[in-house]
Design a protein around this ligand. Structure first.
Ligand SMILES: *Cc1c(COP(=O)(O)O)cnc(C)c1O
Length: 396
């Protein structure tokens, strides 16, 4: 059989390549940081990591992880409910709920698992999930695993959300779910308006704060801080793999009965290993760090404001953003790829996105700003964009 299957796979892969959608991975041989070395090239400034607070190579986190390895060993060799719960797991869960102002939290190996395991245990056939059209793949997959009726509204479109809430009015429970920040545009979900509609139509709200935690809100507590809704949103999911250190790990936090039920019934929690002690310890150290001082959050916010303002002044078309994601609109797919390749020659590492990752004719370069960037990094990036922009006739 494998001969036929091999032929089928080879053809499919050829199709992917011919459509220009084949993903090549560039290999990094330094720690993740502002200044990295990509194999086969010179050092480049990194503007495409989710390392928003610059903690991926933090000495504080590394030391905490090393100490935990010495004191608690390497792995847990168990799921949580058998013998995989350590004191560090409990402490990290407490830190997460303290940070977000929620009642309890539950850890997963990744936010992909948190989203994969949040809907099915909570909702059934008589319920409704009302989901933003641009929600992350892991929410889409999580919703697929659940028997609840599915409703979809156009990205951040409150009139459409209202329509869907009316359509779902006969269901037993209604859950609206949204990303906090949409990763391709950098726009923040209007969680204040979503929450108001939820009140009006008797629904609950879930926000995935993966790109907003550590970033949005004065102290980086995400959309519920930005909109003064701390403790109000029923369910928040998030990752430790972006602003919060960038290793691995995910969580769900919110109402205590929700978390209690997830501990009983959420399949990725019940049937998958618990995170290693070093990840839990580094997570604890991370929350202590960003609780103690707002330095990193402040630096990220001022870096982002500086970058966006200068790029606009240079003449670039930038999507409105309230996050650390800055979408530089180029519209043409080939141009986005040529532009990104030229930037890499100029020592700036960014990624160009085009259809089907973004809508047709909406190709762009996504720049992700970090607290790890110094002013001279930002200036070098803006200068390179300006140089290549003129060269490729994007700028007059
Ligand atoms: C990155 C991301 C995830 C996945 O997080 P992992 O912890 O890497 O699995 C989930 N949801 C959103 C919105 C994300 O951006």
């Amino acid at each position: 059989m494998y001969n036929n299957f091999k032929k089928y796979l080879t053809e499919e892969i050829t199709n992917i390549k011919e459509a220009g959608l084949y993903k090549n991975e560039r290999i990094i041989s330094t720690p993740q940081s502002a200044d990295i070395k990509v194999q086969g090239g010179d050092n480049v400034l990194n503007f495409c990591a989710n390392n928003y607070l610059g903690l991926a190579d933090s000495k504080v986190l590394i030391e905490a992880a090393k100490r935990a390895m010495d004191e608690r060993g390497y792995g847990m060799s168990s799921v949580r409910f058998i013998c995989g719960t350590g004191d560090l797991h409990k402490e990290l869960e407490r830190k997460i709920s303290d940070f977000f102002g929620t009642e309890d939290a539950i850890l997963y190996a990744a936010c992909f698992d948190a989203n994969g395991g949040v809907f099915e245990p909570l909702l059934g056939e008589e319920d409704a999930i009302i989901s933003d059209a641009l929600n992350h793949a892991s929410i889409i997959d999580g919703v697929r695993l659940c028997k609840a009726k599915r409703f979809r509204y156009a990205n951040a479109d409150m009139a459409d959300l209202e329509k869907q809430l009316i359509a779902a009015k006969d269901c037993r429970f209604r859950l609206i779910c949204t990303d906090g920040v949409f990763s391709m545009d950098g726009n923040v979900a209007p969680v204040d308006k979503i929450y108001a509609l939820a009140q009006k139509y008797d629904a609950m709200v879930m926000v995935d704060e993966s790109h907003s935690a550590g970033v949005v809100g004065k102290t980086g507590r995400g959309t519920t801080e930005l909109y003064n809704l701390k403790g109000e949103v029923e369910i928040i999911t998030g990752t430790l793999g972006k602003a919060f250190g960038g290793a691995v790990g995910g969580f769900t936090t919110g109402k205590k009965e929700v978390i209690e039920m997830l501990r009983q019934r959420s399949r990725p929690y019940l049937f998958s290993n618990s995170i290693p002690p070093m990840i839990a310890a580094a997570g604890i150290a991370m929350f202590d760090l960003i609780d103690k001082t707002n330095e990193l959050q402040d630096k990220l916010h001022s870096n982002t404001a500086y970058f966006v303002e200068r790029m606009k002044a240079a003449g670039f078309d930038i999507k409105p953003t309230e996050s650390a994601i800055c979408a530089v609109m180029l519209y043409d797919a080939k141009l986005s790829q040529d532009f990104a390749a030229r930037l890499q020659q100029e020592g700036i590492y960014v990624t160009g996105f085009y259809y089907p990752v973004v809508p047709k004719g909406q190709a762009r370069i996504r720049v992700q700003v970090s607290a790890a960037h110094e002013k001279e990094h930002l200036d070098k990036c803006i200068a390179a964009f300006t140089k290549v922009g003129k060269e490729l006739n994007v700028l007059k």
